[in-house]
Design a protein around this ligand. Structure first.
Ligand code: BTN
Length: 224
């Protein structure tokens, strides 16, 4: 069961770091690490993840059931856990009203059969730093008042369901929440129109030179 055993830390460097340490020590599938606060929270692509103490759900889960679509399933699980019309911005940002509500950082050792799914979800966060003010949101900003433990309970149940769901079902649920489909996007080497994801979770983009599949990195919405 996802969420058992659970370790809660008042202050962690990074819940992903703590969960990875537990995984290396043999912690079972489903082991959960949560924290009130992180001193070295990490985001994708070497970015920092910060949140004022107790304002966000900060959690990492050890999984020993690996599938190519693990991050895709985690994104779907977050959307289904919340009473809000969330969308997923490839690869796995959770958007609410076109602003980032949550992020996912999957790390691990597939060759050793485990991964850690780290999730940061803004619950009561307000007053984001200037560089995030226009692009981030929280449940509170969207008018949804929920307790962190209530969100955690709902998310654990959703992860239990979606991490075990058949891949076709996961991909179909992802498509229904796809924030980019039909949008013009650009990335380091090109631009085109987003056309969903393939079976491996890669973003399919229609370009002037044909279809390409982006399996890693970052895309941005092109200005209108
Ligand atoms: C991203 O959007 O770039 C991913 C952000 C992931 C942040 C969470 S917070 C809990 C867990 N511990 C970390 O250090 N990172 C993840």
């Amino acid at each position: 069961m996802i969420g058992t055993p659970r370790v809660h830390l008042r202050l962690a460097d990074s819940t992903n770091e703590r969960a990875k340490e537990l995984a290396l020590g043999g912690a079972p599938h489903g082991t959960l690490v949560t924290a009130d606060e992180q001193s070295a929270g990490r985001g994708r692509q070497g970015r920092v993840w910060t949140a004022p103490p107790r304002s966000a759900l900060l959690m990492s889960v050890v999984t020993r059931r690996l599938t190519p679509t693990l991050p895709v399933a985690a994104a779907v699980a977050i959307c289904h856990a919340l009473p809000a019309a969330c969308e997923i911005k490839w690869p796995n940002d959770i958007w609410l009203e076109r602003r980032k509500l949550a992020g996912i950082l999957v790390e691990g050792r597939p060759q050793d059969g485990w991964a850690v799914v780290g999730i940061g979800l803004n619950i009561t966060t307000e007053g984001f730093p200037e560089e995030l003010a226009e692009i981030a949101t929280s449940l509170r900003i969207a008018g949804i008042e929920l307790d962190t433990e209530a969100v955690l309970a709902s998310l654990l149940a959703s992860l239990d369901e979606w991490l075990e769901a058949p891949e076709a079902e996961v991909l179909s649920a992802w498509s229904q929440r796809d924030a980019l489909r039909g949008e013009r996007v650009r990335w380091a080497d090109g631009e085109g129109v987003a056309a969903g994801i393939d079976a491996s979770g890669a973003l399919v983009v229609e370009t002037e030179d044909g279809r390409v599949a982006l399996d890693a990195g970052e895309v941005h919405l092109s200005p209108p």
